[in-house]
Structures are given as C-alpha cells and as structure tokens.
Design a protein around this ligand. Structure first.
Ligand code: SF4
Length: 502
C-alpha cells in the first residue's frame, strides 16, 4: 500500500509540515494544458519539496477559486498565484474569490497570506534563459551556428492595467543582459508593441519567440502560434526564421521557484514572530476540510461493509485490509482487467480526462473515465484520492450533513462577476433556468443544486440523485464558472439572438 502524501511523515521544516500551500491558476474550460503546470508543480512540491499539504484552485476549473479554502486542512495557508504578471487577475479576481471562499466558511480560523505572482520572482530569469537557450540550440543544430539569434519575450499585457506589461519588460531587460547570442526585446498580445512591430526593431535573421506564459493554454498554445503560422515549432516572417519556444511556465523547475518564495515567506513570518506551529495545536483550530476528513473516515468505517458509492466512485474494503476505489460501473469487473495502482495521487490523472481523452474542467460531471482501480489504499488514502477526483466535494458533503453549508444565491454569486461577464448579473429568471438546464443538466453534473435562482424560489433540480442514498450526496452551494459561461451565452442570445462559447 503506497502512503498518500498526507500520511508521509518526514521531509521539510516544521513550518512546511504545519502550513498549507495553495497554488492558484487560471485554468480553462477548453484545454487541459492550461492547468497542467500548476498541477505538476503541486505534485513536485509534495513529492520533492517537503510540503505536506499542497492544494490547487482555478478560476475556470475545479476546485474553483471560491472553494479554494474548502479544500485546505491546515489553517495557516500560503497562497501562490501561478501567473506570470501582476494585473487584473492577481489584483482583483484572486483576492475577491479567496475572500468569498473565506466568507463562506465564516468563523473558521484561517490565516491566509497571498504571495505575489510567481512571475515576479527573480528566479524566473533562469527558466526563461533555459527555454530560450534550448530553442536557440535547436535552431543552431538545424541551421548551424555562426549567426546571431535575437529573442522576443511575448507577454499578455493589457491597456487596462499598467502593471501587466511591466513584469515582462523587466524580465526582458534582465534577459538581455545575460543573452550572449543577440538582442532581446518584448512584445505583447494586448498592448504595444506587437510581435510584428518588435521584429522590425531587431536585426538577426534568426529569432526565438519566447512566450512568457504559465502554460500552453489558449494564448501560448493556440492564438499566438496560430497568428504567427507556427508549424513544427518554427515559421518565417519575411526573411526571418522564427523559432517558437515552450512557454516559460512549463519549465519543469517552476516548482523550485514556488518553493523558494514560500520558504522565504515562512522565514519572514518566523522572524516576525508569526510562526504557524506556535499558534496551532493539534485539533484546536480544525478547518472544515479537516473535520470533513474525520467525518468521512467515520462514515467509511460504518456499515454497509460491502462498501459505499461516492458520486461515480465505488469504495470497497479488501479482504486483507485496506480499500479499493473503482468506477461504479466497473463494479462487477474482475480486478485483473482494470489498470491498478496503489498510489492515491494517481487519482489526479484519472480525473483529468474522459474515456475519449476530453478535458474535464468540472470534476463532478458524469463522465469520469472507467478502467482504473486504486488498490490497496488506506482509509486516509481513500479520502486523499477522492480529494483529487472531486475537489472540495468532501467538505461540501460534510458541511451539508452537519447543517453548516453556506449557500449563495445566483444573484449573490453573479454580483462578483466582472469584465465581460458582468452582464450575467442582469439575466432574467427564465435565462437562469435555461443556463441551469444547459449547464448543470446538460453536462450531467452530479452535484445537487442548492442555490436559489434569480427571483428566489426553490433551487432547480439536476435530475438523478447524486449518490447511494446512504449519505453520500454532494450539494452545489453556489454557481460555478461553467454555469456563468452558460448564463453569459443566454445574455448574448437575449441581446443579439446568437451565442458563442468562451
Ligand atoms: S453550477 Fe451546476 S454544473 Fe456547476 S457545479 Fe453546480 S450543479 Fe454542477
């Protein structure tokens, strides 16, 4: 039986063992690539970094940012925005959603410290140098050495926030002082200069395009290479040869940058006399997620001895001790035909894609892939695996059982939507019902809606019950980002008679 990370004892300082790290990313409804670097960094921080509890939360994926603290068992939390620059998300969305997360757990003792975005760290220069250097070396192997190679660092930028481009420009300046093959300049997707304009300021015939993004998501994986006509990692612009580098944030050492910044923050807190372990004694400041774990383990230990179903997962005791998890529809299959592993962390991978390989931004949709088996694992391992399969769901299950789940109406949650999504707060009652039907019912979400729609009234039913009737039902306490996407479509339909997907 492989111990889950929460069962491992050693590694890391005392503060690392007593505090939780919460990685915050953008995520995507469309692409699994978007959240991959954040999830990979979380695994490395646990496996190699000595941090006992590392959670992830996203703007567009499960666990959503407004549920971020619902996943965390330790009350002292260091939150790290895994973004390359400061700007709209780090200044507005991240604090607002974490505040919403804390407010929905009113009375619980979180000490939350939000650190600057990882892109502001000086160590990012080494990752950028690595990415640009690897790409230049690839070009030289193909075309030969001898000619200069310039670099264009491409950031998102935005005219709406002066900070957004500043971090990219600072990285560019520092990279230029270390780059020996040519010159380095910057360009932006949403402010000046564009890549084309930047290219006209450079003289080398070979240019590395270096995306200063966290992932190969929508911008660095689709729009930017698409606009440039990149194929096989390269393209041409007039008489220039352009070589497209991997985004800086996909560097496998990203986790070391995060580790350094969290350790530094911990050391600073220790110097200031704010050491978590001095303030927290076992069981004294128990968080909702920690209480949910205890509740779940008690629930698991009680009959029926044949096992229980939690959403689409069957949990069954093994004759020789421990438990197995498998898809409930694989319940009668011989264990030998299922791919079996004993590591609860594998559940993260299982949850990522459907049987056909499609991205699953929402983990509670009825499309968990089949053909896998987690065994043998401990009761604690069951809890940890379910935390990957259904982030925050165990805490909501517990809070609902104990009558302490905080529910937000559609209107309250819609009031936090800003930017292009702000109009969803004016959606009609009929529009909300249609959005619910298209999203919650259409996607076969297994959560049971508790949030009242526009105009009040009973929450809309999702259809089939969520679990085995023995107490395993999981509620939905407030609309998720996919629901607001559907609501946005309804607003557009109402105003223009047509919709589009975000
Ligand atoms: S809003 Fe609907 S789709 Fe989203 S988590 Fe809740 S029930 Fe599921």
């Amino acid at each position: 039986m492989v111990m889950s990370e929460s069962e491992k004892g050693g590694g890391g300082s005392e503060a690392q063992r007593e505090a939780a790290v919460l990685l915050l990313g953008h995520g995507s409804h469309r692409s699994a690539e978007s959240s991959l670097p954040v999830r990979a960094a979380a695994s490395k921080l646990r496996d190699d970094g000595g941090f006992r509890e590392v959670r992830t939360a996203f703007w567009k994926e499960d666990a959503h940012l407004h549920h971020a603290l619902h996943t965390v068992e330790r009350p002292w939390v260091y939150a790290v925005p895994v973004f390359t620059s400061t700007g709209y998300f780090t200044h507005r969305i991240v604090p607002r959603e974490l505040r919403a997360s804390a407010d929905s757990l009113e009375g619980y003792p979180f000490r939350l410290r939000i650190l600057p975005p990882v892109g502001t760290r000086p160590e990012m220069l080494d990752l950028a140098l690595d990415r640009a250097g690897d790409t230049a070396a690839r070009a030289e192997r193909r075309e030969g050495e001898g000619s200069a190679t310039d670099v264009i660092v491409v950031g998102h930028g935005t005219r709406r926030h002066p900070d957004s481009g500043r971090i990219t420009r600072e990285l560019t300046r520092r990279l230029d002082s270390r780059w020996s093959r040519g010159r380095v300049t910057s360009a932006f997707l949403d402010e000046d200069p564009s890549v084309e304009t930047a290219l006209r300021t450079l003289s080398a015939r070979r240019v590395v395009i270096l995306p200063f993004f966290v992932s190969r998501g929508w911008h660095a994986g689709t729009t930017l290479p698409g606009d440039l006509g990149v194929e096989g990692g390269r393209t041409r612009f007039e008489d220039r040869e352009l070589w497209y580098a991997e985004p800086v944030g996909t560097h496998p050492e990203l986790w070391t940058v995060i580790s350094a910044m969290v350790r530094e923050a911990m050391a600073g807190d220790a110097t200031a006399g704010q050491v978590p372990v001095e303030n927290i004694t076992a069981g004294e400041l128990s968080t909702p997620a920690a209480r949910a774990r205890e509740d779940f383990l008690r629930w698991l230990a009680r009959p029926p001895a044949a096992g229980r179903t939690f959403l689409e997962v069957r949990v069954a005791p093994l004759p020789d001790g421990g438990f197995e998890l498998r898809h409930e529809r694989d319940g009668t299959l011989d264990a030998g035909v299922l791919e079996t592993r004993p590591d609860p962390e594998w559940a993260r991978e299982v949850a990522a894609r459907t049987d056909t390989g499609a991205h699953r931004p929402l983990k509670t949709t009825r499309d968990l892939r089949r053909g896998w088996r987690l065994a043998p694992i401990s009761a604690q391992g069951v809890w940890d695996a379910l935390g990957h399969l259904y982030p925050a769901a165990g805490t909501h299950w517990h809070l609902a059982r104990t009558g302490s789940l905080s529910i937000r109406t559609y209107a309250e949650a819609a009031g936090r939507q800003t930017g292009m999504f702000a109009p969803v707060s004016s959606l009609s009652t009929e529009g909300t019902a249609t959005a619910h039907r298209r999203c919650c019912v259409g996607r076969s979400c297994l959560r049971g809606v508790l949030w009242p729609p526009v105009g009040g009234g009973a929450p809309p039913p999702n259809g089939t019950p969520a679990a085995d009737g023995a107490g395993g039902a999981v509620p939905c306490p407030e609309p998720c980002s996919l629901l607001f996407n559907a609501a946005f479509e309804e607003v557009r339909r109402g105003s223009s008679g047509q919709g589009s997907s975000q």
